[in-house]
Design a protein around this ligand. Sequence first.
Ligand code: NVA
Length: 311
Amino acid sequence: MAEHNARKLRGFISVADYRADELLDLLDRATHLKRLHHMGESRQSLRGKTLAMYFEKPSLRTHVTFEAGISQLGGHAILLRPEQVGIGTRETPQDVARALSRWVHCIMARTFSHSLVEQLAWEADIPVINGLTDFLHPCQAMADLLTIREKMDPQQSTLAYVGDGNNVAHSLVLLAAVLGFRMQLATPSTHAILPRIRQQADELAKTSGAVITWSEDPRDAVKGANFVYTDTWTSMGQEDESVLRRKIFAPYQVNSALLENCPEAWVMHCMPAHRGEEITDEVVDGPRSLVYDQAENRLHAQKAILEHLMD
Ligand code: NVA
């Protein structure tokens, strides 16, 4: 794993903290766990281990797949709500991280601020997993990578991302940059990838050979793509901007007309999908959609991450 401090080394905060070979090892582990799951078998690799799950934002997939995942590996999860814990009001992030480190074996946190997850990781003596922040969504990116690899060699693939330059887009572009695959983005200039992510991705791409293209035109982005990815135009916490965002992003809808530019491409979405906004019904429910594979693969990818960090 790349640089950083000794504590962070054992967490999963950003895909860019890992090398390509480490990410591919995690995928191999996830594929094996998926096979066991489908055979109705499990291994008790995390027997007696406890995961604390802290959610500041709503969740279906992350909550269920982490809780089911650790149970299937013999451990168990505890759900913590911000109003019970009171980080920043009742006690400091440091005290929460240090106390949890004495009781449980791993923390998974979904927060608004990315720096809170980093702070928890810095202070805890146990691994901390980023379950989504306003800035990154690395567990989703790993499930997406597993989904892509089930169709073709990710390092030979071209991934198009159309829409908001948000947390999901950030983690995907970092993944492309670490692994060295081609990614073609189309975002409005007002909602592009953050400059510091673009800079980090461009830097990593120098070593991996990744080709990343940045445009405002969705038709340009999807040309030649094997996978076309989109996400909500209004992420959690941005609800007040939803009317304006619907206007800005209208030309970025992933629909049948856009997909005529890439007749072979699979379609991806991390969900929740806002049908009729960033993606149409016929696309989500169509034969090229991988959205439920991605949702399933959250379980397997995260079980691999949990095992890697706690076994
Ligand atoms: N960008 C979305 C992802 C949801 C899984 C959000 O942050 O709400």
